[in-house]
Design a binder for this molecule. Structure first.
Ligand code: 1YM
Length: 641
């Protein structure tokens, strides 16, 4: 590092607070100390390796879940600088891991573009770990440093070995502190895998290996996509039917801000647009997404008019028309992104709107000119959507009138709560009339509304908005929520703070949950994004001994509870078959009472995953569905798809 000293000045590093501050208020730094926060630690370390790859020095990253649920992250970059840091007087490695920095540049030179805390993450991870070990391979030497008890340096950086001169990189191992992560310190392989795959898609050519060493048989998967986000679109469309073969890819850069877009239309009716900035999913969109959408609508209309698909006095195609059936990834890399919005996942930099518009319009216009067959298919698709939109509007007007007048019919299903203040109200969407009956009796009638659902909800993947609106269950849900739908949607009109899906813990139950999540994902995404959707967690087992009855949520809890009983107790245990088996009081106590119940907040990722399962099970393509059912035959024997 010494050779770079001249690049530093006092403003490069701002020591804001000590690591102690991080331990006092971990939520401020990693969001929460739940399982989500735990996994966040991994990304903070991985982000530094990704930055190194974006800077052009690293091709391979390996993430290992060790037996003790510590995590090892390795990269083959330059290695964190090992020299003495001018400002702190200790090695740069130690500085990076012990000094809490303001965001922004640390090492000088190239900018950091990866997500998370912009390079400040290493010290945060250290603060929240029982121990951390860092090895740096540099100049033919292996440097080593260890920290304990929330970031206390055990011993300064030292050389512990030699290595070949061409071996460089950083290896970090950390163990999350159970004092901080009281809920759990156990990693979920699938959570890590989903994000690793996404990172590999977003950073083309980067190889990321994920290893799970906790089981006797090691699990190991490698993710590398030479096609980057084009392969991501292909992956997302794998269970859909594309209307054109080629994935359209456009990219460009201006003022150090790069924009990449990949897209493909399919025969479906929904639009799946995912945007990212510096590898962070911008769920709430922002200027990059606005710019691309604006350009897409304009270019298609221009092309349509110029090539006589649209006549002079035809109405213009709307944004929704041209996005029907589109799967699109937008990836922006920005040296200084501003994140806004409720969940800080909306890109705010205004200059990006024009850059994204320019990059997209230039590339997409050329694509349409050079590929008239594909252009025709896309035009026809958008024009059909426009016709359906006009029809849907008529259908919607019909529901609106019905919604106002049909109080009796509506009241017959929804059992509303008395309080009208949305911030305290909840609605339970309950599977079946009998559980619905118990829920009505067991609820707190001031704040808890019950909507019993009969039978299966319409498969919205196959249905456009107009048909979805003709489904009675769906209409009831829309009316109950109060937000309207489609162009009329207004989140501020939501009548309940919590929408709680209450289904059985069996295959039918999860099927209904998937259907509901898909409905929300497609038509009420802002409700999911704003964190209003929850899944109730009804107990899986009921254990009776003597006069005591204990309900437990899962096998682990069951075993823990059984272990607390004396071996002589007679163990009368029953696996719950459904919500309908519980009477009102039991249902209240186990699943509804705000003091004793367990709810799971549904995230957009959950809804996205539901969408994926849904596509497999319900999409038009029979093959993936047959395969899924075959592979999961034991679970789906009474699944009616
Ligand atoms: C497994 C985690 O942290 N890799 C890593 C981190 C750094 C560098 C290389 C690096 C950056 C720079 C120069 C620079 C970091 N360096 C710093 C700092 N992997 C992992 N690989 N040389 C090496 O940004 O200029 C912070 S992170 F600030 F010291 F330069």
């Amino acid at each position: 590092m010494e050779e770079k000293k001249e690049h530093y000045d006092a403003s490069d590093i701002q020591v804001l607070e000590g690591l102690e501050a991080v331990r006092k208020r971990p939520g401020m730094y990693i969001g929460s100390t739940s399982s989500t926060g735990l996994h966040h630690l991994v990304w903070e370390i991985v982000d530094n390796a990704i930055d190194e790859s974006l800077a052009g020095y690293c091709d391979d990253i390996e993430i290992i879940i060790n037996k003790d649920n510590s995590i090892t992250v390795k990269d083959d970059g330059r290695g964190i600088p090992t020299g003495i840091h001018k400002k702190t007087g200790i090695s740069t490695v130690e500085t990076v891991y012990t000094v809490l920095h303001a965001g922004g540049k640390f090492g000088g030179g190239g900018y950091k573009v990866s997500g998370g805390l912009h390079g400040v993450g290493a010290s945060v991870v250290n603060a929240l770990s029982s121990w951390v070990e860092v090895k740096v391979y540099q100049n033919g030497k292996v440097y080593f440093i260890r920290f304990e008890n929330g970031g206390h340096t055990k011993e300064p950086l030292k050389v512990i070995d030699s290595c070949s001169l061409d071996r460089t990189g950083t290896t970090v191992t950390f163990k999350a502190d159970p004092e901080i992560f009281k809920e759990t310190t156990v990693y979920d392989y699938e959570i890590l895998k989903t994000r690793v795959r996404e990172l590999a898609f977003l950073n083309k050519g980067l190889r990321i290996i994920l290893v799970d060493d906790r089981e006797i048989e090691q699990k190991k998967e490698t993710f590398i996509y030479e096609g980057g986000i084009s392969e991501y679109v292909k992956y997302l469309n794998k269970n859909k039917t594309p209307i054109h073969e080629q994935i359209i890819y456009l990219s460009g850069q201006e003022d150090n801000i790069s924009v990449e877009v990949a897209l493909q239309y399919n025969t479906g009716y929904t639009s799946n647009i995912y945007s990212f900035t510096n590898n962070i999913n911008t769920h709430e969109g922002g200027t990059h997404e606005d710019g691309v959408k604006r350009a897409l609508t304009r270019i298609i209309n221009n092309y349509g008019k110029k090539n006589k698909f649209l006549k002079d006095n035809d109405a213009l195609l709307t944004g929704d028309d041209v996005r029907e059936g589109i799967t699109m990834i937008i990836s922006c890399k920005h040296p200084d992104p501003q994140f806004e919005g409720q969940t800080k996942t909306k890109l705010g930099n205004s200059e990006v709107r024009k850059i994204a518009d320019d990059v997209f319009s230039e590339g997409f216009e050329r694509f349409l000119l050079e590929n008239p067959d594909e252009a025709r298919l896309i035009m026809e698709k958008a024009m059909t959507a426009a016709r359906a939109r006009v029809a849907a509007k008529k259908a919607r007007e019909l529901t609106r009138r019905k919604g106002d007048l049909d109080v009796i019919n509506f009241g017959g299903k929804l059992v509303d709560c008395k309080d009208k203040d949305p911030s305290v109200c909840e609605i339970f969407l309950v599977e079946g009339d009998s559980a619905g009956g118990s829920a009505i009796k067991g609820r707190n009638s001031m704040t808890q509304a019950i909507l019993p659902l009969r039978g299966k909800i319409l498969n919205v993947e196959k249905a456009r908005l107009d048909r979805a609106l003709s489904n009675e269950e769906i209409r009831t849900i829309i009316t109950a929520f109060g937000t309207g739908i489609g162009e009329d949607f207004d989140l501020s009109k939501l009548r309940y703070d919590k929408i709680i899906i209450m289904t059985d813990a069996d295959v039918d139950g999860s099927h209904i949950r998937v259907l509901l999540l898909t409905l929300f994902y497609r038509f009420f995404k802002p409700i999911v994004e704003a964190g209003h959707v929850y899944a109730a967690q009804p107990p899986l087992f009921c254990i009776k001994h003597g006069k005591t009855i204990k309900y437990v949520l899962n096998e682990e809890e069951r075993d823990n509870y059984l272990a607390t009983l004396s071996p002589n107790t007679k163990y009368d245990m029953m696996r719950m078959k459904g919500l309908g088996e519980m009477d009102a009081e039991e249902l209240n106590e186990t699943t509804m009472d705000i003091n004793t119940r367990v709810l799971r907040k549904i995230t957009v990722e959950d809804a996205m995953a539901a969408d994926e399962i849904f596509n497999k099970l319900m999409g038009e393509d029979v093959e993936p569905r047959r395969k899924f059912i075959e592979e999961n035959a034991v679970y789906v024997e009474n699944l009616d798809v």
